[in-house]
Design a protein around this ligand. Sequence first.
Ligand SMILES: [Mg+2]
Length: 330
Amino acid sequence: VRILEDEIIERIRRRIPSSEGGLLHTGIGHDAAVIRPQRRDWVITCDQFLEGVHFLMEKSPPESVGYKALARATSDLVAMAAQPRVFFMSIVLPEERTGKWLSRMISGMARASKLYGLRLAGGDTARAPEKTGSVALNLTVLGEIPRGRTIGRAGAKPGNSIFVTGVLGGAQLGLELLMAHKALTRNRKLLTAQYYPVLPLDFALWLGRNHPPTAMMDVSDGLSTDLTRLCRASGVGAVVYADKIPTVALPKSLKPPRMDALTLALHGGEDYGLLFTIPPKIAARIPAVFGRTRVTRIGEIVSGSGVKLVSSEGQIAKLRPGGWDHFRKQ
Ligand SMILES: [Mg+2]
């Protein structure tokens, strides 16, 4: 008699690196994993990726679901300057997703696991209840770092320069195109940031080792929301300059009224770049491009509270958090 659950686990295990040895002393296939750390700090995060909440089945290729579920969970480790190592996955699947859809989802996840150096250490599978069933992925990701070297959100000081990596608003642009049914082949490239966000892992590790920021986090919910969080955690305010913010280039052919590049960059989520603060003396040592990662200084930390935006004409306005918030009433 075939044990279907074991078959699913085997299919996942064949594709995603899960070998034992070193840190992962005992891996998948036992009742629990054994991790054997060597005088380092462990950085741990968990993240959910739910059909209907984080992705729409009819709008997302299965490869993107697998890739993005793991990438966005890993992003929180990158944001602490930790090296990702192993992950655990709990998965809920409706019957009709256990075939081809699952295989394609796994191949996307395998791509992310190889790109970010992650091995699968264990997990759990369950079938979704009939009719109401939807896909749910639960990922726990562990990373390591030399003791005491993680970077939190609370250390930003007045006078620090504020930097972001990558271009802001690309993922939101992709989402708007998908929702507006403008995902034509012509616009395919514009969906990449939404489907397959690239984490600035090498840059984060370099930065953590050589020029540790006073505060750092990933931009997952939009610059306005995440910079507000960083400022609150540090007990400071911030000023950012509109003409410094790296925005997406909107194709001329595309002009729905809601899309303006600055608004997308300020409030659009899911880019998974880094937001960090650094003393101005060190700021000069931060390269404008690191590998394939663009790094941009967008403003500075000030005393007080709240975030202010300086327009290209020099006008100053409050920048209220306008990014993604699960619990905001519409
Ligand atoms: Mg985060």
